[in-house]
Structures are given as structure tokens and as C-alpha cells.
Design a protein around this ligand. Structure first.
Ligand SMILES: C[S@@+](CC[C@H](N)C(=O)[O-])C[C@H]1O[C@@H](n2cnc3c(N)ncnc32)[C@H](O)[C@@H]1O
Length: 204
């Protein structure tokens, strides 16, 4: 798997949490439940543990999961023994329990699933997140240069405004579509562009 190779000798996404999570983590009580779908090397996992959340996280890269365990040891993060459930597996096989989570985060992970699968997962997230809970999604749009090479049967690309419409029964706290310049990173070292959609939506 591609991410296993990339994660083996690199710490790819940095150690700062994603910007959307930083905006809303304060809004819930200590011991609230956070779910991270496609947690990578754990930047959001560690942040939320440190902020007092109970964290459940899933990624299908064994190397990503291994890195999270190493970081926990290196930081002597004893709270992880009680407050962290880590799963190595596919997001589409993960059972999202109903009324458990106050934040569900899918940050740049759904674009790796076929569109049909990603949409199914979004429907489950919407149904099962707690009332008042926040959904964070960052994903690719059809303005991403990859869209011309890989279609929605293999990867998920959202149409303009599509994600917002899917959450029309939620409060949209933040919604942004943009083209970003990526300086390059392990696995894709040349500078490149991405068509991105970012959203925070709250269940009514
Ligand atoms: C671009 S990285 C983002 C990681 C993390 N969310 C972050 O922002 O640091 C995408 C992650 O999704 C994971 N991933 C891709 N497809 C997946 C799937 N079907 N099931 C579980 N994880 C998946 C990859 O292994 C990778 O760690």
C-alpha cells in the first residue's frame, strides 16, 4: 500500500492538528468522544488526547498506526492507555457507533475511496453523530488536477457545492472550496495543486 511506504521513513503531515479541528475542539466537555477516519500518523489523534478527549481512530496503513504508537511512547502520553482506541483497517468496514461521537473528522481521507463508498460513509456519519456534534471533512473536488486522470469510480471528487448540499440539514459552520498550492511532500515531492473542499457542519 502506498502510504505504508511513504510513512516508513517520513513524518509527512507535521505535528500540528488540522486547522478545522483547532477551531472547534474547545466546544465540548472533557471526555467527549472524537472519531478520526483516516488518521494517518496521528497529528489530530495526539492533539485531541492532550485536550482531554476520548479518541477512536482508524487508518489502513500499518506504518501510520505504528508511528502513532511510537509518538505516544516518546511523549510518555499515559492517558492514551485509557483514552485511545486505534484500529488498523478500512474506513468502509469500520462500525461508526450511533450517538457516541461529538466530533467526526475525515481530513483528506475520503478522496481515497470510490465516490459511492465515500457517500455511503457520509450518510452513516450524518445519521450516527450525536445531536449537536460536529463533522469535519476535507476532500478533493473535481477541480483537482487528478480528477482528469482518475474518475469517481476509483476516488471521490466532490462537485462544486455538493458537500454543502449533502449537509443542508446541518448548520454549516465553515465551508470553503479552493485551489491550493502544495509545496510537495514525501510520496509526491514536486510542487503541485489540489482542488480542495473544507467543511465543518453541526448536527441540529
Ligand atoms: C492524506 S492522509 C491524511 C492523514 C490525516 N488525516 C492527516 O490529516 O494528517 C490520508 C490517510 O487516509 C488513509 N486511508 C486512505 N484510504 C483509506 C481507507 N480506505 N481506509 C482507512 N484509511 C485510509 C491513508 O492511509 C492516509 O493515512
Amino acid at each position: 500500500m502506498k502510504y505504508n511506504q511513504i510513512y516508513k521513513n517520513n513524518f509527512v503531515w507535521g505535528n500540528k492538528p488540522n486547522g478545522l479541528l483547532q477551531k472547534i475542539y474547545k466546544l465540548n466537555k472533557v471526555n467527549s468522544e472524537f472519531l478520526d477516519l483516516g488518521c494517518g500518523q496521528g497529528r489530530d489523534v495526539l492533539f485531541m488526547l492532550e485536550k482531554g478527549y476520548k479518541v477512536t481512530a482508524v487508518d489502513n496503513s500499518q506504518e501510520g498506526i505504528k508511528k502513532i504508537k511510537e509518538l505516544i511512547q516518546a511523549n510518555n502520553l499515559l492517558i492514551a492507555n485509557i483514552n485511545l482506541n486505534l484500529f488498523c483497517g478500512d474506513i468502509k468496514n469500520f462500525n461508526i457507533q450511533k450517538n457516541k461521537y461529538v466530533i467526526i473528522n475525515a481530513f483528506n481521507s475520503l478522496q481515497f475511496l470510490p465516490k459511492k463508498e465515500a457517500v455511503k460513509i457520509i450518510e452513516i456519519i450524518k445519521k450516527n453523530i450525536k445531536n449537536g456534534g460536529y463533522v469535519i471533512i476535507s476532500g478533493f473536488t473535481i477541480n483537482d488536477p487528478l480528477y482528469k486522470k482518475i474518475n469517481n469510480d476509483k476516488r471521490c471528487f466532490f462537485e462544486p457545492q455538493e458537500l454543502k448540499k449533502m449537509f443542508s440539514d446541518f448548520h454549516i459552520i465553515l465551508y470553503k472550496e479552493e485551489i491550493i498550492e502544495d509545496k510537495g511532500h514525501a510520496g509526491s515531492p514536486e510542487p503541485h495543486k489540489h482542488g480542495i473542499v473544507k467543511m465543518i457542519a453541526q448536527k441540529k
